[in-house]
Design a binder for this molecule. Structure first.
Ligand code: MLC
Ligand code: AMP
Length: 498
């Protein structure tokens, strides 16, 4: 453990501080989940978007059948399997079934354009996919090699295998999540069952997640926030989740006020909308609101606290490491900080204050990318997050910036280089620089500063961007200029453009 490691465990109960704490008990996600289901077969586990509840035993049964259908169709353990759909119980069933069958789930944003889908499929080489949209299914089918098994999200497949399920162990890969960078080869973070089990167990302990908690989940299920924290955490705890297809302020207030839910997880852009809409006092009935994926502005945290009596619990995570730090549940929650490392997570500050981490939650590497993997770790094996931090006088971690070139808009990551490359493919564009400008609505707003020929207009350039980029990556603002500020080496000075 490094010298600058804070005394995080002063905030944990004796039980959590125990050396006997086994974050990896049951070996795999299905190992833990099936044990929980057998303990309480009639427990309501998932509330679908039509408000119908699915019990543990029904979930066991449905996921078993779907897993056997997937294996019966010829898929094999270790095969990559794309899952791309809006948040419904069918999606949760396919996700669990694929894990029980030993497949590696590749979650895919439902808003991606054809070009974005193709790049990921070309890299992941999936043997199959479950998709809720015919056009996206066709894109995947055409981009994949061989004859992939592509099914609708209900997985209506004729065959079924009598294979044993739940054979995976902690080192088996479970999830391949793509973090994009440029229009070149995307990077897939390969998370094992052990990574996800360790993180879900740690989160469950730290937030005192209980079986009778009901999580209101309005996040998409193709990123670790919704999937590895919301879904995995629910089943790891043996609690319940209420699925919603999208975030809607009135719906959140209504369910909270009715006492139908006890937990809410969201990104700061959601809290910003909740705080600025009359009626936020409805959130008073929730046991816990958690914010993450981007910095929670203190004004928003304080507005929620004023309306509800509780400061939202801010935590910090990353696809490659799942959850890293959290403000304490029972002790002081400090606005503007991300608290202390979760059980099992070790954290230190490296050169220039970069946050470096290790633990059972951290990936071993990127899918088939040894060079990118080597770059992501220090010589002594710590993962470099690209976030800059400092510890305050009480040992709470405060994130103060990023060494990586990244914009976070409404909780979604956008790499400026990727957007610039798309803009530069327009014949009227001579040069372009993309930056994140601070915004009340989105945290950061994707902004393009462009040198263009003749009469290229904003609408035409935005339409060109939208053809090639998911909507959240499309610049909200485009400004035409005669020159871009550059340093002596010719590098664009992004800070000046911001
Ligand atoms: C939607 N739009 C966005 C956007 N979301 N633009 C920029 N940034 C975003 N995040 C666009 C839409 O495409 C649309 O554009 C316009 O904004 C209005 O859309 P909306 O109806 O208001 O959007 P809404 O559906 O309400 O979505 C907002 C949101 C959503 C905040 C609910 O962005 C969201 O779910 N964000 C969470 C993402 C997430 O899960 N991140 C976790 C990553 S994991 P147009 O042009 O079509 O009108 C991670 C690790 C960790 O980071 O620590 O958790
Ligand atoms: P992703 O790659 O989508 O998983 O995004 C991970 C990044 O989100 C981290 O490296 C941080 O930069 C950022 N992030 C996550 N949680 C927080 C937070 N609470 N405060 C500030 N940044 C955060």
């Amino acid at each position: 453990m490094s010298e600058n490691m804070p005394a995080w465990n002063v905030h944990l109960t004796d039980e959590w501080r125990s050396d006997a704490l086994d974050l990896l008990a049951d070996e795999s996600l299905p190992g833990r989940w099936t044990r929980r289901w057998l303990e309480r077969p009639a427990w309501p586990q998932v509330q679908d978007i039509d408000d119908r509840w699915i019990t543990s035993m029904e979930l066991e049964d449905r996921t078993r059948q779907v897993a056997q259908r997937l294996l019966g169709a010829g898929l094999k353990p270790g095969d990559r399997f794309v899952v791309s759909a809006s948040a419904t119980a069918d999606l949760v069933v396919v996700y669990i079934a694929a894990l029980r069958a030993g497949l590696v789930v590749v979650p895919l944003n439902t808003g991606y354009t054809r070009a974005e889908v193709e790049r990921i499929v070309a890299d992941a080489q999936p043997a199959g996919a479950a998709v809720d949209d015919r056009e996206r299914a066709a894109w995947i089918s055409e981009a994949a090699a061989g004859e992939p098994v592509i099914v609708g999200i209900e997985v209506e497949l004729a065959g079924s295998a009598e294979a044993d399920l739940d054979r995976v162990t902690r080192d088996d890969p479970a999830l391949l999540v793509y973090t994009s960078g440029t229009t070149g080869r995307p990077k897939g973070a390969l998370l094992t069952h052990g990574n996800m089990l360790a993180s879900a167990t740690a989160v469950s302990l730290a937030w005192r997640w209980q079986p009778d908690d009901r999580l209101l989940l309005t996040l998409p299920l193709f990123h670790v926030h919704g999937l590895a924290v919301g879904i995995n955490g629910t089943f790891t705890t043996g609690a319940s989740v209420v699925l919603r297809p999208r975030f809607d302020v009135t719906d959140v207030f209504g369910r909270a006020d009715a006492g139908a839910v006890s937990l809410f997880f969201g990104v700061p852009a959601m809290y910003q909308r909740l705080a600025s809409t009359p009626g936020a006092a409805a959130l008073r009935r929730l046991r816990l609101c958690v914010s993450g994926s981007a910095p929670l502005p203190p004004t928003v945290a304080n507005a929620i606290a004023a309306a509800t009596g509780h400061i939202p619990l801010e935590r910090y995570g990353m696809t490659e490491t799942i959850m890293l730090t959290s403000n304490p549940y029972a002790q002081r929650r400090k606005v503007g900080t991300v608290g202390f490392p979760f059980p099992g997570v070790e954290l230190r500050l490296g050169d220039a204050g970069e946050v470096e981490v290790r633990g059972p939650n951290v990936i071993s590497g990127y899918w088939q990318q040894p060079a990118a993997t080597a770059q992501a770790f220090t010589a002594d094996g710590w993962f470099r997050t690209g976030d800059l931090g400092e510890f305050d006088e009480d040992g709470y971690l405060r994130l103060v910036g990023r060494s990586k070139d990244l914009i976070i808009t409404g909780g979604y990551n956008v790499y400026p280089r990727e957007v610039e490359e798309v803009l530069l493919t327009h014949p009227g564009v001579q040069d372009a620089a993309v930056v994140g400008r601070s915004s009340d609505e989105w945290g950061e707003e994707v902004t393009a500063v462009v040198i263009a020929d003749g009469d290229l207009g904003v609408d035409e350039l935005r339409a060109h961007a939208a053809e090639n980029l998911a909507a959240y990556k499309v610049p909200k603002r485009i400004e035409f200029v005669d020159d871009l500020p550059r340093n002596a080496l010719g590098k664009v000075l992004r800070q000046e453009l911001r």
